[in-house]
Design a protein around this ligand. Structure first.
Ligand code: UTP
Length: 332
């Protein structure tokens, strides 16, 4: 089975964190978010080839994946989306890779807990869904008798077809027809919100008589926004908390769950709960909770709660619910 993972996007909602690192390589609970996803595919055993559609800071993704999964037994390929023309357009770059076979498509900035084997044994194509309150931010599906009848990408406020949101994982048995449907959108310049949407291509398949079922995803963690990035971080830390690297701690207190990477120095500080500190971070005389601290940053005389600190940044003083990198502070 082949998998397509689009990871070309700029990650504007996570700026300035994404100024130096692509969104999918941001560390969540001790591991880049993309690795949480690929780990599941590798573990599954049925996926033998994966293509990543790269774009923004794509070289970093290519070398990270090649290093991490060199001995995984899964073959990795990469293709470049040069213009961000939407998810349908990104997926289209995998046409040659997929050939006429069934494919799994998974968005690179989401982490899932669900039974992939159950999805792969669906008799029809299947789209991962989960009920949401605010339907205007998602692709929404309507179904009848176990089959999808309608899909709308980010419906306008007041337009409600259901609460069932497309969670970013798709199992498409009719691979060739999917690429034809995307081609149809591109040839006829059919865009929604100025992009060639995967949802629109899938809707065309439904209209053309392809059977698709909604498949309930147990847990779906969107990592694409500051508040969901930190809540996903907290959830995964609480799930897998005994993960840590080699670091130096002097006169410091740790309140679990906490993840600390390699080569960190922590002096006279209280860390936790729900804190991820990645490699090479120095912390002195500070209190940190509910925060994500990226590589090589320095924290001194600080009190942080709900802070995402970018690579190589310095911070002092009291901060709540902010993302900080390149001297920009964005409240969320
Ligand atoms: P998003 O819609 O979250 O876009 O894409 P984004 O660029 O990552 O983030 P924002 O909206 O600017 O904050 C969901 C997934 O689809 C990929 C993204 O890389 C992400 O993994 N994608 C999206 C592409 O590969 N190409 C596209 O043209 C659009």
């Amino acid at each position: 089975m082949k998998a397509i993972i689009p990871v070309a996007g700029i990650g504007t909602r996570l700026q300035p964190l994404t100024n130096k690192v692509p969104k999918v390589l941001i560390n969540v609970a001790g591991r880049p978010m993309l690795f949480h996803l690929i780990d599941e595919l590798v573990k599954n055993g049925k996926i033998d080839a994966v293509i990543l559609v790269v774009g923004y800071l794509g070289d970093q993704i290519i070398s990270a994946v090649n290093n991490e999964y060199a001995d995984s037994g899964v073959k990795f390929e990469f293709t470049e989306q040069k213009e961000m023309l939407g998810l349908g357009h990104a997926v289209y770059h995998a046409k040659e890779f997929a050939k006429d076979e069934p494919v799994i498509i998974i968005l690179g900035d989401t982490i899932f807990e669900f039974d992939l084997n159950a999805m792969l044994s669906c008799p029809t194509s299947a789209i991962g869904v989960k009920d949401v309150e605010d339907t205007s931010r998602f692709g929404i599906v309507e179904s009848k008798d176990g089959l999808i009848t309608k899909m709308i990408e980010k419906p306008a406020p007041g337009v409600t077809i259901s609460k069932s949101a497309i969670a970013g994982i798709y199992f498409i048995k009719e691979g060739r027809r999917l690429f034809e449907a995307i081609e149809y959108l591109m040839y006829n310049n059919i865009r929604t919100k100025n992009e060639y949407q995967l949802t629109d291509a899938l809707m065309k398949l439904v209209e053309d008589g392809v059977k698709m079922s909604p498949f309930e995803i147990e847990n779906w963690f969107d990592c694409g926004k500051p508040e969901t990035l930190l809540s996903t971080n907290n959830y995964l830390l609480n799930r897998d908390h005994n993960i840590e690297g080699e670091y130096l701690s002097v006169n410091s207190k740790f309140i679990e769950p906490v993840y600390i990477g390699n080569n960190c120095k922590i002096v006279d500080s209280t860390i936790g709960p729900n804190v991820v500190i990645t490699d090479g971070v120095t912390i002195k005389n500070s209190t940190i909770k509910n925060s994500l601290i990226c590589e090589d940053s320095e924290i001194e005389n600080a009190e942080l709660d709900g802070v995402a600190l970018g690579i190589g940044e310095s911070i002092t003083g009291k901060h709540e619910n902010v993302m900080k990198a390149d001297e920009i502070i964005t409240k969320f």
